[in-house]
Design a protein. Structure first.
Length: 216
């Protein structure tokens, strides 16, 4: 009998246990009821409400957007007058009110695609739920996750207008404290959030930068 497959198509060591936890998870069930593509929607909903990231009609960029639950939240909370660009190297079904790009944000081509979609305009909000493909080697996976967070921060520092906001997923471990200091240097306020929908056993947190400082 074959084992359950994880979202990446690989056999999962704890297939039955993982599947049971998944189907009984209240956030998974609520996501289905509300039409969100994944339970991750509730992470952004909580962080966004707590740190006042959602303002009607603003311009926003969603990095690492697939399968699209964060883009759904942005479209819902920012309203029809907003301009939202989402990018992921994986295919993603359309989201009404969102410009969806299939490209690798970490590549020059991906960055150029985002720049073109923005048409030279600065944005008010950058969010990133990017995470690396896990190798199982903790030190390597941690380094990759911090690297992705730094790429998102570099983009935000260049494309946000002064006063703009930033929220990024990061994993606590080697390099995390240094990354938080970078965010603190660029933004007037910095918060570290662990939303209720983030599983307790996960080292995942969300770093929020409020109010991009004027660049020298």
């Amino acid at each position: 009998m074959s084992r359950a497959l994880n979202p990446f198509g690989k056999k999962h060591r704890f297939g039955k246990a993982w599947m049971h936890e998944h189907v009984t998870d209240r956030f998974v069930q609520e996501a289905r009821k509300r039409g969100y593509r994944s339970r991750a929607a509730f992470k952004l909903l909580e962080v966004g409400a707590r740190d006042k990231l959602f303002r009607s009609g603003i311009r926003a960029v969603d990095l690492g957007a697939a399968p699209g639950s964060w883009s759904q939240v942005l479209a819902e909370k920012l309203g029809p007058g907003a301009s939202i660009v989402a990018i992921d190297r994986l295919p993603m079904d359309p989201v009404r009110g969102v410009t969806v790009l299939q490209a690798d944000f970490a590549s020059d081509e991906g960055l150029a695609a985002v720049e073109q979609a923005l048409d030279g305009k600065r944005v008010d909000l950058v969010v990133s739920d990017m995470a690396p493909n896990l190798s199982g080697i903790d030190s390597a996976d941690q380094a990759r996750s911090i690297h992705l967070a730094e790429l998102a921060l570099e983009f935000a520092s260049r494309r946000l207008q002064p006063g703009g906001d930033f929220a990024v997923k990061a994993f606590q471990g080697e390099g995390f404290d240094a990354f938080v200091r970078e965010v603190q240097h660029l933004f007037t306020r910095t918060h570290i959030r662990k939303p209720e929908a983030s599983r307790d056993r996960s080292r995942e947190v969300f770093v929020v930068g409020k109010g991009l400082r004027e660049q020298a």
